[in-house]
Design a protein around this ligand. Structure first.
Ligand SMILES: NC(=O)c1ccc[n+]([C@@H]2O[C@H](COP(=O)([O-])OP(=O)(O)OC[C@H]3O[C@@H](n4cnc5c(N)ncnc54)[C@H](OP(=O)(O)O)[C@@H]3O)[C@@H](O)[C@H]2O)c1
Length: 286
């Protein structure tokens, strides 16, 4: 697979979003492990997770533990696999997603993620979402301190606007390596953040790139032009969607979610699908 960069690390241009394997509707563990192994077989080297990808406090960190187990039980070389996790969201139960961006919470969260992932330093740690009850500078300051302490190797942010991207990069002393925002055919309003990341050389990781777990299968019926290009190319509309994103900037690295080997294998095909200027213009009408 072609590679792209997150900081000083090269990763496959298509990553694996692991959330569907740990939240509501998740499959059994055997299928999840098979999905992660299929991703690794296909050349995926970026796996996106979060400490909050679980059902509730009773299985806190389910997704991180699952990934750690799957990587450990993979037969091949995994030395180039970058596990990107996040902190700052909390799932206290009943399906709720709450926020906690306090520095002390982030420090504790990193310690818990380190244990679950079984590493001495987290490859990429992303601040999940700004917390309106904590000054943004305080949350990002905690990331800077964790970087300086060697607990995390690289720092990223998520759900950030252009001002927050600039502010975070400044607080981190120019060491912000990634921004993870929602971006898909149905949600294109992150174009300014995507463009800013391209300008600054920061990786942009579109989340829910196929429209989210419950809409991904219908991408072609909801966006006819993606289905049309897919038919002409003999590939899936989802592959066209990911190739369209990759063409936007060399800093874009989509992280499609998957809970089945077939879907991640298909998504990886997007890295080899080069769309023409004419096709891209049809997908992005002015
Ligand atoms: N930072 C944030 O706030 C945030 C928020 C949401 C998500 N995320 C991250 O972004 C990742 C991706 O987002 P998402 O999982 O919400 O949504 P998504 O990637 O838009 O859609 C996921 C669904 O797409 C299906 N799929 C994947 N590849 C496909 C293909 N080639 N053909 C047909 N269907 C395909 C999968 O089906 P199967 O399950 O059947 O395989 C999966 O359930 C998450 O896993 C998570 O890591 C981050």
């Amino acid at each position: 697979m072609q590679t792209r960069r997150i900081g000083d690390v090269a990763v496959g241009a298509i990553g694996l979003g692991a959330m569907p394997m740990s939240i509501e509707g998740r499959p059994d563990e055997q299928r999840s492990i098979a999905t992660i192994h299929a991703a690794l077989d296909a050349g995926v080297t970026l796996i996106d997770t979060a400490d909050a990808y679980h059902l509730g406090p009773a299985d806190a960190g389910h997704n991180e533990s699952l990934i750690a187990n799957a990587v450990a039980s993979y037969g091949g070389d995994t030395s180039d696999v970058l596990i990107a996790t996040k902190g700052g969201h909390v799932r206290p139960g009943d399906g709720l997603w709450t926020l906690n961006g306090r520095p002390e919470h982030l420090r504790d969260a990193v310690e818990a993620s380190l244990k679950r992932l079984g590493v001495e330093a987290i490859g990429l740690y992303q601040f999940h979402r700004p917390d309106p009850n904590t000054p943004y500078a305080d949350s990002i300051g905690a990331l800077r301190d964790l970087l300086d302490a060697g607990k995390i190797r690289m720092a990223g942010i998520s759900n950030a606007d252009p001002d927050q991207i600039r502010q975070a990069n400044e607080i981190l002393g120019g060491r912000l390596v990634s921004v993870q925002n929602q971006f898909s055919p149905a949600f294109r309003s992150s174009e300014p953040e995507l463009a800013l990341c391209a300008e600054l050389g920061i990786a942009f990781l579109p989340w829910s790139p196929l429209g989210g777990i419950s809409n991904a299968a219908e991408l072609g019926s909801r966006f006819a032009v993606f289905a049309e290009v897919a038919r002409e190319r003999g590939v899936s509309p989802q592959q066209v969607c990911l190739a369209w994103m990759l063409a936007k900037a060399p800093t874009v690295i989509p992280i499609p979610g998957s809970s089945r080997p077939e879907t991640i294998r298909d998504s990886v095909g997007a890295a080899d699908l080069e769309l023409s200027a004419e096709e891209l213009a049809r997908l992005d009408p002015a």
